[in-house]
Ligand binder design. Structure first.
Ligand code: ACO
Length: 331
C-alpha cells in the first residue's frame, strides 16, 4: 500500500556557459541589430557553449551538483535522475545516464524527457508523481539545453533567440502531504509539430518548408505561428492554475515563466494583471534557454530568498511538440 507523503524541494542549482554572445556580436555576422532583437524579444545577450565539448552533459552535471550541494546530499543518495532536453549529444545513451554516473548516482534510474522548452516542468511533474507513488525517495530533476549547438548561425530568424543553460532540483519524499506539487498539467498538440522541429532526415521535412535551406540536426521554427500559440496558451495555462487550485495572485510568491520572448511574458502580465515583482524576466541576460529556462529562473529566485517556505509558486512553460505544462508547487 502506498503511504501518503509530500515532496520537499531540498535544493536548486543552475549553470550557464562562460561565453557571452551579445546582440552586437550577432549583428557582426548577420543582417540584424541590437535594436531589432531587443525590441522584438527583450534579449540583449545570451550564454553560448562556443564549441565546448559535450555542453548538455557538462551544464547538467554542474547544475545537478549545485542542487545536490544545496540539499546537503551526495549523488549516491539519489534514486532517479530525470533530464529534460532536446539537444543532448547522443540519443542513445540518454544524457541522464551519463549525468547520473558522473554525479556518483549509479545505479539510480535515469532517463531523458524530450519536451523542448517544457522539459524542466515535465521533469519536475514526473519526479513528484514518482515520489508520491512510492517508487523513489529522492530524485534529481534537470532541464538543460545547448540550443546554440543546434542552430544555424546563418539563419537570423532562429539563431538570435537562443542561449544555453541548465536548471536542476533535488526533490525528496517528506511526511507532510501538503508539500510538493499541488496541481500539474502536461499537454501536447502533435498535429502542429512542424512549427518547431529539428529534422535528422530530409524526408521528414514538411512540404511547406522544403523551399527553404535545410541543415539536418538544426532547429527550425515558424516564429509567427509559435508566437500566436504561445501568447494565448501562456495566459490560459496560468489562469487554469489559479482556477483549479483556488489560489489568487496574492497567495503565490512567484509565477515562474519560460523565457521565450519578453513580449509573450509581458502580454500575460498585462492580461492577468500580475504584479511585476512576481514574474522574473531574465531573458535579457540569457535569451531563450529552452528546457534550461524555468529551472534557471527558479534557482535565481530561490537563492535570492524569493520563494519562501509556506508560500506556493507556479511554473509554466511551452515549446516544441507543441508542448505546454504547469506546476503549482507548495514549498
Ligand atoms: N533581425 C532583423 N530582421 C529580422 C530578423 C532579425 N534577426 N528576423 C526576422 N527579421 C525580419 C523578417 O525577415 C521580416 O522582414 P519583412 O517584414 O521584410 O518580411 C521582419 O523582420 C518581421 O519578421 P517576423 O518574423 O514577423 O518578426 P516577429 O515580430 O514575428 O518576431 C520572433 C520574430 C522574435 C521570432 C517572434 O516571432 C517570436 O518570438 N516567436 C516565438 C518564438 C518562441 O517563443 N519560440 C519558443 C519555443 S523554442 C523551443 O521550444 C525549443
Amino acid at each position: 500500500m502506498i503511504q501518503p507523503c509530500g515532496v520537499r524541494l531540498a535544493g536548486t542549482g543552475s549553470a550557464v556557459p562562460d561565453t557571452t554572445l551579445t546582440n552586437n556580436d550577432l549583428a557582426r555576422i548577420l543582417d540584424t541589430s541590437d535594436d531589432w532583437i531587443a525590441q522584438r524579444t527583450g534579449i540583449r545577450e545570451r550564454r553560448v557553449s562556443a564549441g565546448a565539448p559535450d555542453p548538455v552533459f557538462n551544464l547538467s552535471c554542474l547544475a545537478g551538483q549545485r542542487a545536490l550541494d544545496m540539499a546537503g546530499v551526495k549523488g549516491s543518495d539519489i534514486d532517479l535522475v530525470i533530464l529534460g532536453t532536446v539537444s543532448g549529444e547522443m540519443l542513445c545513451p540518454s544524457t541522464a545516464c551519463r549525468v547520473a554516473a558522473a554525479l556518483g548516482a549509479t545505479p539510480a534510474g535515469a532517463f531523458d524527457i524530450a519536451a523542448a522548452c517544457s522539459g524542466f516542468v515535465y521533469s519536475v511533474n514526473v519526479a513528484d508523481s514518482i515520489i508520491r507513488a512510492g517508487r523513489a525517495k529522492r530524485v534529481l530533476a534537470i532541464g538543460c539545453d545547448a540550443i546554440s549547438s543546434v542552430v544555424d548561425y546563418t539563419d537570423r530568424t532562429v539563431s538570435i533567440l537562443f542561449g544555453d543553460a541548465a536548471g536542476a532540483v533535488v526533490l525528496e519524499r517528506c511526511d507532510d502531504p501538503a508539500k510538493g506539487c499541488r496541481y500539474q498539467t502536461m499537454s501536447a498538440d502533435g498535429a502542429n509539430w512542424q512549427h518547431l522541429y529539428m529534422p535528422y532526415r530530409p524526408d521528414i521535412v514538411p512540404e511547406c518548408d522544403r523551399a527553404n535551406p535545410i541543415r539536418l540536426g538544426n532547429l527550425r521554427m515558424n516564429g509567427r505561428e509559435v508566437y500566436k500559440f504561445a501568447v494565448n496558451r501562456f495566459r490560459e495555462v496560468i489562469e487554469d492554475a489559479f482556477q483549479k487550485t483556488g489560489l489568487s495572485v496574492d497567495d503565490v510568491s512567484q509565477v515562474i515563466c519560460h523565457q521565450s520572448n519578453a513580449r509573450i511574458i509581458e502580454s500575460a502580465i498585462e492580461k492577468l494583471n500580475l504584479p511585476r515583482e512576481k514574474v522574473l524576466v531574465n531573458i535579457d541576460r540569457y535569451g531563450n534557454t529552452s528546457a534550461g529556462s524555468v529551472g534557471l529562473c527558479l534557482d535565481e529566485l530561490n537563492r535570492a530568498g524569493k520563494t519562501p517556505d509556506g508560500q506556493p509558486f507556479i511554473m509554466v512553460a511551452f515549446g516544441g511538440g507543441l508542448t505546454w505544462a504547469s506546476c503549482v508547487w507548495d514549498k
